[in-house]
Design a protein around this ligand. Structure first.
Ligand code: ADP
Ligand code: MG
Length: 399
């Protein structure tokens, strides 16, 4: 634990003390864009209505508490005293003071609405101390995506996406768009074959264009035009029409670069829950191609070029038209026809040259066929989380 983290943790302990709360800080577990997350042991006895081990994903509000263990089964604590119950770990999410109050309120409200699903991280409590807002969540054991995404067999892939889509189906059933689906926001435990969705900081209700969002641009043109720069060696310049009198487009573009759906990049103002399904598709593409991050763009226009390089200009133009905008690109590297996802996966993982043909393993082909349903450019045709769960690919034969 670094000196800085130690200092931060003792500051937090000071806040807990002032609030009459008892958490023993253990260490820093995550640092995101909007918060720092710490692992701590919860030392309250009657803090929860139900007394069960919160480290198991089943321990959310819907499942019954497991049978009580005998006292002797529990290890001794740091001071050598025998525990009367298993240790209960929590994740303390310290939201940066620079986050807007409406954004924080939005996150906490949506989490409150989504209580009771085993695949969605519940909120234990949240409180404010001066300008500092702290959320307390049950701690979920999980592994870093980068440690396992290259070793996933088709059966592991199914389990991962079954769990992720179960979470999404629940979120979408409530008319909520998560907006930031990516590996670090889905805490997956390989052993338990279960994950929980976290981080509702950018989530919003479908049909509301969020106002707390910090990523809104007002200097946007209705035309997205990409031209290759004439001067050799210079990066491709983005051209915007001069003297454009039309009102600029404003749309919620919140999310993480590389996981944004085409309609988000094209600034469609009527975004739906399908934007999350696209992001899931990007995770699947990452796993199948064994490349992380798969997309690596510097900005939204770059991200559109990356998508266009795969799907081809023709399909991207049609997609732009769906959202009342025009996509123009004169980069020689972006072809008209594009490629099949099957080809992209094959070229990423095999040693065979692109022009040569290689038979694809039927199980891998099943994954690719499912990938095509998620990475459908037209959001209306893109599969929903509910349908994905019921699909042959994800359906659990045992159920
Ligand atoms: P941010 O808004 O800063 O991205 P997140 O809620 O995504 O915050 O949390 C950041 C990281 O902290 C996660 O990627 C994860 O590694 C860790 N984390 C968050 N919540 C939990 C939890 N309940 N249990 C275990 N780790 C967590
Ligand atoms: Mg996050």
């Amino acid at each position: 634990v670094s000196e800085l983290a130690k200092e931060e943790m003792s500051k937090l302990e000071g806040i807990f003390h002032a609030k009459g709360l008892k958490f023993r800080m253990i260490g820093r577990i995550g640092e995101g864009t909007f918060s720092t997350v710490y692992k701590a042991e919860d030392l309250h006895y009657d803090f929860y209505q139900n007394d069960w081990d919160l480290e198991t994903p089943d321990a959310t509000a819907v499942s019954p508490p497991p049978a009580k263990k005998r006292r002797s089964q529990y290890a001794q604590d740091d001071q050598g005293r025998r525990r009367s119950r298993p240790p209960r770990y929590v994740a303390i999410k310290k939201i940066y003071v620079t986050s807007s109050p409406s954004r924080i309120q939005n996150e906490l409200e949506l989490l409150h609405d989504l209580q009771g699903y085993r695949s969605i991280c519940p909120l234990i409590t949240a409180f404010r101390h001066y300008d500092q807002v702290i959320a307390v969540l049950p701690y979920f054991r999980h592994q870093d995506f980068r440690m396992f995404y290259r070793q996933m067999a088709p059966c592991d892939i199914k389990l991962y996406f079954r769990s992720l889509f179960a979470a999404l189906a629940a979120v979408h059933k409530h008319g909520i768009i998560h907006r930031d689906i990516k590996p670090t926001n889905f805490l997956y435990d390989i052993e338990r074959r279960q994950g929980v969705l976290v981080d509702f900081g950018l989530a919003e209700r479908e049909g509301t264009d969020c106002t707390h969002c910090i990523c809104q641009d007002s200097i946007q043109s209705q035309r997205i035009k990409v031209e290759s720069s004439k001067a050799f060696g210079q990066p491709a310049a983005t051209g915007y029409p001069k003297n454009d009198q039309r009102p600029s487009r404003r749309a919620n573009r919140a999310g993480t670069r590389g996981f944004r759906a085409p309609e988000v990049l094209l600034k469609c103002t009527a975004q739906t829950t399908k934007i999350d399904v696209w992001s899931v598709g990007v995770i699947l593409l990452t796993i199948l191609c064994q490349r992380f991050p798969f997309f690596n763009s510097a900005d939204d226009v770059d991200a559109l070029i990356e998508i266009a390089s795969i799907f081809g200009q023709r399909r991207l133009k049609a997609c732009a038209q769906l959202h009342g905008t025009v996509f123009e690109c004169s980069l020689p590297t972006v072809g008209d026809k594009g490629f099949l996802l099957k080809q992209i996966v094959q070229w990423s993982v095999s040693t065979v040259r692109p022009e040569e043909k290689e038979a694809i393993d039927p199980e891998l082909m099943e994954c690719i066929t499912f990938l095509e349903l998620c990475l459908e450019l037209d959001p209306r045709k893109r599969i929903s989380a509910r349908k994905a769960l019921a699909s042959d690919f994800l359906r659990d034969e045992d159920e």
